[in-house]
Design a protein around this ligand. Structure first.
Ligand code: NAD
Length: 480
């Protein structure tokens, strides 16, 4: 007999309450032993004036149970409302987002009958750090942060997931031909950690062609690990081409807490009509049961659900005259699954979770001593309304204690020296100062900052140029 496990449940908005009720009905009928605490999140909380969409007492419940089963919520339109999902993922340290995307051919219409892909998406960093600045009247900036520990955690998670779930291959998608430092770090760590798993096949694709291949030939992939933004986009694509976004569940897993949900939203137009498909949330619940060690219940739910799908008992979103037998509502679908409890599918492959519980390999960041030297500074300045050549000729005269102008660029393209008249110019420039490769001090940087300000340049921000163990910690401008 398994032990009663406390979990926090949120019924959400739109179709949320109906699909949560249906999912809990099925999960409990399978014998899951849960001690449920219910919290309110989402639209009502936002509209009460709480811009985070979640009250302090709800956080207390989540920190107590550490397991969150969450129905979709509606984020009100208009500014000022923070995404509760992003907040929950980041505040609870849920660094891994796992989305299995499986086709159920011939029972659910799909162009890809053999698809069975798990997307493992990094969940905390990348462009989702949400650090943005306005540099000038015309230019906005969003910082893409990729860290060594963040990448190590997610890449190791992907390999461990593959190992524990009998998966044969892990693929990594990045754009490191362009973002050599950020995506380059992610790819490098994939190669480094991959070397510890020689039994698992591994490969890397540039994300654009990888995405095309995934949409065209998903059966070529098994587990795919990606930085946050690519994973966000491509996991929706993968779920949709497998059959329907309404069928995919998702787990958000961290070191001390986890959250399980459907990948779709609150579909407000379908709310309150007993129409919605509860399958995505239910399969999220199956992942939760495996995670908390109640694998027998997980297996019963999943197999009874497969049997229901296979017998053609379908909600409107996957109903097809040619393959479906019975069109049902949310409640009737749940009853149909419960009626098949203890049965296994006859045509589709049955699942087995025997003994499964997500075993997290203890993870510690790689410690390394790095020799760091500052060798220059980039000063971002507004436009003075003069040509790049005139600006360069002026700034070339400004030096401080060996620190002199190396180049000026505009949106990463060199405009001085040797600029091209065809290059489009915005009102934001970057002036790079170096001392011929020698180490520079903060006093030198402060000196050049002061002299540039005295010459009438409005400095918007600075970035120091450093070497790490002799290697540059910055990129060259395009054309430099
Ligand atoms: P959505 O996923 O809610 O719905 C898109 C369409 O997909 C629906 O109109 C419906 O036709 C179909 N659909 C989705 N889930 C279904 C299901 N279970 N059964 C049957 N059909 C289903 O996307 P949206 O309309 O862009 O967003 C609606 C709201 O959901 C927004 O407020 C958005 O912010 C929110 N949202 C929440 C989450 C979350 O809580 N995790 C995720 C995405 C969107």
């Amino acid at each position: 007999m398994s032990q009663k496990i406390p979990i926090t449940v949120a019924h959400g908005d739109g179709i949320g309450p109906e699909i949560m009720e249906a999912s809990l009905h099925i999960i409990q009928a399978a014998g899951a032993d849960l001690d449920i605490e219910t919290i309110e999140i989402g639209e009502k909380v936002y509209l009460r004036g709480n811009s985070a969409g979640i009250d302090p007492e709800a956080w207390e419940s989540l920190r107590r149970t550490k397991v969150f089963y969450k129905a979709p919520i509606t984020t009100p339109q208009g500014g000022g409302f923070k995404s509760l999902n992003v907040t929950a993922r980041k505040r609870l340290g849920l660094y891994a987002n796992i989305r299995p995307c499986v086709s159920y051919h011939p029972y659910v219409d799909t162009k890809h009958p053999k698809m069975n892909v798990v997307i493992v998406r990094e969940n905390e960093e990348d462009l989702y750090a949400g650090i943005e600045y306005r540099l000038s009247a015309d230019v906005m900036e969003c910082l893409k942060l990729i860290s060594r520990p963040g990448s190590e955690k997610i890449v190791r998670f992907a390999f461990e997931y593959a190992k524990q779930n009998g998966r044969k291959k892990v693929t990594c998608f990045t754009k490191d031909n362009i973002m050599k430092m950020t995506d380059g770090l992610f790819h490098g760590i994939f190669d480094e950690i991959g070397a510890e798993y020689p039994e698992i096949e591994q490969e890397h694709w540039i994300v654009d062609i990888g995405a095309a291949k995934l949409a065209d030939t998903p059966e070529a992939f098994d587990v795919i690990v990606m930085p946050n933004l690519y994973g966000d986009i491509l996991s929706d694509v993968a779920a949709q081409i497998a059959g329907s976004v309404g069928l995919a569940g998702s787990a958000n897993v961290g070191t001390s807490a986890s959250m399980f949900e459907a990948i779709h939203g609150s579909a407000p137009r379908r709310a309150g009509q007993n129409l919605a498909n509860p399958s995505g949330l239910l399969l999220g619940g199956v992942m939760m049961l495996v995670h908390i060690g109640q694998w027998e219940a997980a297996e019963r739910v999943h197999n009874a659900w497969l049997r229901t799908i296979e017998e053609g008992v379908h909600t409107y979103d996957i109903f097809e005259e040619s393959v479906s037998k019975q069109k049902v509502g949310t409640k009737e679908f749940a009853q149909a699954v419960v009626a098949r409890m203890g049965k296994k599918p006859e045509k589709l492959a049955a699942v087995s979770y025997a003994g499964a519980q997500a075993k997290r390999k203890d993870w510690a960041p790689t410690q390394r001593k790095t020799d760091i030297q500052m060798i220059g500074v980039d000063l971002y300045v507004g436009s003075k309304g003069i040509t790049p050549q005139a600006m360069g000729d002026q700034v070339k005269q400004i030096s401080h204690d060996g620190l002199t102008l190396k180049m000026i660029d505009n949106r990463g393209v060199i405009v001085y020296p040797g600029g091209m008249s065809e290059t489009f110019l915005t009102d934001s420039y970057r002036c790079r100062f170096e001392a011929g490769g020698a180490t520079v001090t903060h006093a030198q940087v402060a000196g050049i900052y002061q002299k540039m300000t005295d010459a009438g340049y409005d400095i918007v921000k600075t970035e120091s140029l450093r070497t790490f163990d002799g290697k540059p910690g910055f990129t060259l401008a395009q054309g430099q």
